[in-house]
Design a protein around this ligand. Structure first.
Ligand SMILES: Nc1nc2c(ncn2[C@@H]2O[C@H](COP(=O)(O)OP(=O)(O)OP(=O)(O)O)[C@@H](O)[C@H]2O)c(=O)[nH]1
Length: 284
């Protein structure tokens, strides 16, 4: 697989914009993907995020293994980090944000309402969550000084929420993290081709997703796994050959939509800090 260049220029711009935005905020809600709670965070930005985000939301819980997400919640609690499990698509869990915020910030004497911003890496669900937390019952307060023109603070439950999410550039420490981010759709196809990514998915998670060994299905070569999937989906070309490219795209879409089941791609680190899961590149 080709070497991946992790830090395109637009991400440098995102970091500058985030720096501008954060100065107006008292409270930062950082959204992470429940399937990758550490890898979907950018530890380089911790100083910028005022050392630590004040509240972490584990989003897309409907796509993650619930047992593993529960272990993550315990792991974060053990580190003293407030976490709420949410689903930005149907709003599940979002109401639990308010008592957490109130509990954490109640009693702080401020001359004005505390200001909240939502941040996270690409595609993690920032807009979906923002729409949920600023939903019905909120009142727009109009443009306030210090906020980008056209952006508004929205009053909700005694807080003011900025109606514009902040984009965190993803931090990609190594090839394995990059692949996992690509699998959840953070890193685009230009960087890791769909076909290659589909093979990596099948190599590393195929057995877990499809239980081949129980069915006594054996493959000689990685591409046979893709052939199996494309055939199962009925993707045939004229003349009867299997359409592997279509199979690869469908596989990734099905995986990202949760149609292949709920799966977590990262486990809480062991106490030593070592990663407890690893990924192998697909041989070609
Ligand atoms: N299954 C599932 N999908 C979700 C959830 N939250 C958001 N999505 C979907 O994830 C995709 C990205 O959501 P957005 O809210 O646009 O994410 P974003 O972080 O604002 O994205 P960018 O603007 O690209 O950075 C959309 O297709 C959403 O419908 C969730 O909890 N579960």
């Amino acid at each position: 697989m080709q070497t991946i260049h992790w830090y395109p220029g637009h991400m440098a711009k995102a970091k500058r914009q985030l720096t501008d935005l954060i100065q107006y905020l008292d409270i930062i809600i950082e959204i992470r993907d429940a399937r990758l709670p550490l890898i979907s965070h950018n530890q380089d930005l911790e100083p910028l995020l005022k050392k630590r985000p004040n509240l972490v939301l584990l989003n897309k819980t409907d796509l993650a293994d619930p047992e593993v997400t529960g272990r993550w919640s315990d792991w974060f609690a053990g580190k003293g980090v407030s976490v709420v499990q949410v689903n930005g698509r149907n709003g599940q869990g979002v109401q639990a944000i308010w008592p957490k915020l109130t509990q954490q910030f109640a009693g702080k004497q401020t001359p004005r309402a505390l200001r909240i911003g939502v941040v996270g890496i690409p595609n993690v669900g920032k807009s979906s969550i923002l729409n949920r937390i600023t939903g019905s019952g909120s009142a727009k307060t109009g443009n306030l000084p210090g906020v980008t023109r056209g952006k508004q603070w929205i009053k909700r439950n005694g807080f003011e929420i900025l109606d514009m999410p902040g984009l965190l550039p993803p931090k990609i420490n190594n090839q394995e993290d990059g692949i996992k981010l690509a699998l959840i759709g953070t890193i685009r196809e230009e960087i890791i081709p769909t076909y290659d990514l589909a093979l990596v998915l099948l190599e590393n998670y195929g057995e877990q997703l499809f239980g081949w060994s129980k069915e006594r299905i054996v493959f000689e070569h990685i591409e046979e796994k893709l052939q199996w999937y494309a055939k199962k989906r009925g993707f045939l070309l004229k003349g009867g050959a299997i359409d592997l490219n279509r199979g690869a795209s469908a596989l990734l879409n099905d995986f990202r939509n949760g149609q292949l089941g709920r799966i977590s791609l990262e486990l809480p680190p062991l106490d030593s800090g070592a990663e407890s899961s690893s990924i192998a590149p697909a041989p070609r």
